[in-house]
Design a protein around this ligand. Structure first.
Ligand code: GBH
Length: 489
């Protein structure tokens, strides 16, 4: 008997502006920190940028049609701040707003909910020139920008997501420098943490002031699942330390209006936290309609110096040294079958994370705002070599065989990853986790930040030479899931 999800559960797909839109120089968009970062040789693995990407800026109608064909209920996209406020202090750029206006209209027409993220890493470069997220003023500029977007789109947005993964913005951007703006300074990364928290709180207030107090608001956090290597007190300490700096720095202020004293204590040698001013924590803690969780993999940690020395790891996307106050915390090499990113697969981690969050914050709706995987070696084959997908038919009675334009990609490992994580989601809900939505990362292969176009996360393949969209088996799987609201079996 196939597992069925509660009626009204939302199956969505996610992308981000700089990763899919392209059109970097069009309609008045100003450069972002990622345009700058990509222009410096050595920063992006294949020397590429998001200048063209998937060209969604020109092809959004086709991509909305793909989503309609998939049968998804929501699109999580991001709004590019550099399109909306291309000059310091404004005014709003009408041409930039117009693009999102057309996008949300197309989504409404297709019966797909719009769930915009206001900040998915593309800070206007002129703000970085003033210090970026290490500068408190950026939080206020974010709130102004959020108000502008909410005024324009508020009548057609289902849920607003303020920030995507502030962990990455702060620690990868300002701590280890593996992301734009490429700064390596833990004092700045902690200031960035706080100013991103402040931006979130001010942003929620601005959205509700502009779009109405009933506007649904959320944030997408990449909460780490850190597992202690052993049951020892030493390893429990390592897990606690990693959890505090990765997760509690955001959960505490956003949901409880406080920074855990152990965070301040642990980072005392790095920052004095004088950037936290009176009233900030009250501003940051705004009632949220849902908490978004991005989940890909887990970590196993132990107290450094205990046990056998860990083998050296050389992985394409490790961010050792990203977080401050990790002396004594050792992240073990991932085990099991690794994805092309070098990340482990731990679906149980998703179950554990969602279950723990629901216990800690009863009544708070959760959304899985990103989950997915990249793999090498997917094969593109003529579609007529593919047998029709067997199994349940769509609710409207049509067979669950996708329209694929003559070619299909076999991606069995992405299908298996997706299936395992959807089952892990079902297990969490069975244990009482209050989850209302799941978003596959990603609708399309896209610009994978510092890894350029070398890694593909899409359930639909992009041929970057022609911009052709080619279905993968994972898209067919997702189509059946979204259309039947039941795990394909
Ligand atoms: C997300 O970030 C982004 O929101 C999205 O834009 C991106 O395309 C997608 O995921 C895929 O990368 O340091 O070795 O322990 C993911 C953020 C942060 C996930 C670090 C995995 C641990 C790797 N990630 N992380 S490691």
């Amino acid at each position: 008997m196939a597992h069925t999800f509660p009626q009204g559960f939302i199956w969505g797909v996610a992308t981000a502006a700089y990763q899919v839109e392209g059109a970097a120089d069009e309609d008045g968009r100003c450069p972002s920190i990622w345009d700058t970062y990509c222009a410096t040789p050595g920063n992006v693995l294949d020397g590429s940028s998001g200048a063209v990407a998937c060209d969604q800026y020109h092809r959004y109608a086709q991509d909305v049609a793909l989503m309609r064909e998939l049968g998804v209920g929501a699109y999580r996209f991001s709004v590019a701040w550099p399109r909306i406020v291309p000059r310091p202090g404004g005014p709003a750029n009408a041409a930039g707003l117009d693009y999102y206006d057309r996008l949300v209209d197309a989504l409404a027409e297709a019966g797909i909910r719009a769930m915009p993220t206001l900040y998915h890493w593309d800070l206007p470069q002129y703000l970085q020139d003033e210090g970026g997220w290490a500068n408190r003023d950026t939080a206020y500029r974010f709130a102004d920008y959020a108000a502008t977007v909410a005024e324009a789109l508020g009548d057609r947005v289902d849920t607003w997501i303020t920030l995507n993964e502030p962990w990455c913005s702060a620690y990868l951007g300002y701590g280890c420098g593996n992301h734009a703006p490429g700064i390596r300074d833990h004092a700045q990364s902690l200031a960035a943490v706080h100013h991103l928290n402040l931006a979130h709180g001010l942003g929620v207030q601005a959205v509700r002031a502009a779009a109405g107090e009933a506007a649904r608001c959320s944030v997408a956090l990449n909460l780490q699942v850190n597992r202690a290597a052993t049951g020892s007190d030493a390893d429990a300490w390592a897990k606690e330390r990693a959890d505090l700096i990765a997760n509690e720095v955001f959960l505490g202020p956003m949901l409880e209006g406080r920074y855990d004293a152990r965070i301040i204590e642990a980072t005392r040698g790095v920052a004095d936290w004088s950037f936290v001013r009176d009233g900030d924590l009250a501003a940051i803690r705004q009632p949220l309609d849902a908490l978004g969780v991005n989940y890909y993999s887990s970590n196993t940690v132990r107290r450094a110096g205990t046990g056998e020395p860990a083998a050296a790891v050389d992985l394409p996307d490790r961010h050792d040294g990203a977080m401050p106050a990790q002396q004594g915390v050792e992240v073990l090499p991932p085990s099991g079958e690794l994805t092309a990113m070098g990340w482990n697969q731990d679906p149980q981690g998703l179950t554990d994370l969602l279950t723990a969050l629901s216990q800690r914050f009863p009544g708070l709706e959760l959304m899985v705002t990103e989950n997915g995987s990249a793999w090498d070696g997917d094969t593109v084959v003529p579609d007529d070599a593919v047998a029709p997908v067997a199994g349940p038919v769509a609710a409207d009675g049509s067979p669950t065989v996708a329209v694929v334009g003559g070619r299909i990609v076999h991606d069995p490992r992405r299908v298996a990853y997706l299936d395992a994580h959807v089952r892990a989601l079902a297990a969490a809900m069975g244990r009482g986790a209050n989850v209302g939505a799941y978003f596959a990362w990603s609708l399309l292969d896209n610009f994978e930040w510092a890894l350029g176009y070398t890694e593909r996360f899409g359930i639909i393949r992009v041929d970057y030479g022609t911009q052709e969209r080619i279905w993968k088996d994972s898209a067919r799987y997702y189509r059946r899931l979204a259309r039947t609201n039941a795990i394909p079996g």
